[in-house]
Design a protein around this ligand. Structure first.
Ligand code: 5GP
Length: 184
């Protein structure tokens, strides 16, 4: 691994820790869905794409039948935390009677996941579950979160799919961005 970028404060979750936890999560999901014929996995772009790729390959190793589709969402105004979210790209297929698992990168206030959960719930899936790589430790909406990789402090994190202004997304670890990097 090269030197840490000067805008990064520290590595919060190492590549090895992520790899181990993703394997554990896949096992847990496999066990919970052992009687499910097919899982319909909904990845949330862009942030979840690396986590989703690793998780689904682990699920394949465990012979969990699944398909993958994507949605892209955008907040109207992050700073206001109004909770207003819009769909930039929707699923290609109806999910009625499907066993759906939402895969998110990060849950902060929970607005995004809560919005998405209610939209998808309205489409009458057979079941609806949620999974996120990281969750910030702070006040949030009461969203059902079934699978969670790591709890992290309330700092801005990047890497493993997570970005800051589209930078740092493909780092193999999750790192804390220095406060001065996003306040300047
Ligand atoms: P929420 O709606 O839960 O407050 O926020 C969720 C969205 O905000 C995430 O899907 C992500 O796009 C963004 N977000 C929140 N915290 C972070 C963070 O620490 N790093 C990055 N890269 N995105 C974040």
């Amino acid at each position: 691994m090269g030197d840490l970028h000067p805008d990064l404060a520290r590595v919060l979750i190492s590549k090895d820790a992520i790899e181990k936890r993703v394997k554990e999560m896949a096992k847990q999901i496999r066990g919970d869905f052992k009687d499910t014929q097919r899982l319909y996995i909904v990845g949330i772009l862009k942030g979840a794409f690396i986590f989703l790729a690793d998780l689904t390959r682990e699920l394949s190793e465990l012979s969990m039948p699944h398909v993958v589709d994507f949605m892209a969402l955008s907040s109207y105004g992050k700073s206001t935390e109004s909770g207003a979210v819009r769909i930039l790209m929707d699923l290609r297929e109806p999910i009625e009677n499907q066993h759906v698992l939402i895969v998110e990168d990060i849950v902060d206030t929970g607005h995004t996941l809560s919005y998405l959960y209610h939209i998808l719930e309205g489409r009458k899936p057979a079941s609806l579950h949620t999974c996120a790589l990281v969750r910030k430790q702070r006040e949030r909406l009461n969203v059902p979160l079934d699978y969670i990789g790591f709890d992290i402090p309330d700092v801005w994190v990047v890497g493993y799919g997570l970005d800051f202004a589209d930078q740092f997304r493909t780092l193999p670890y999750v790192a804390e961005l220095k406060r001065e990097a996003y306040t300047r």
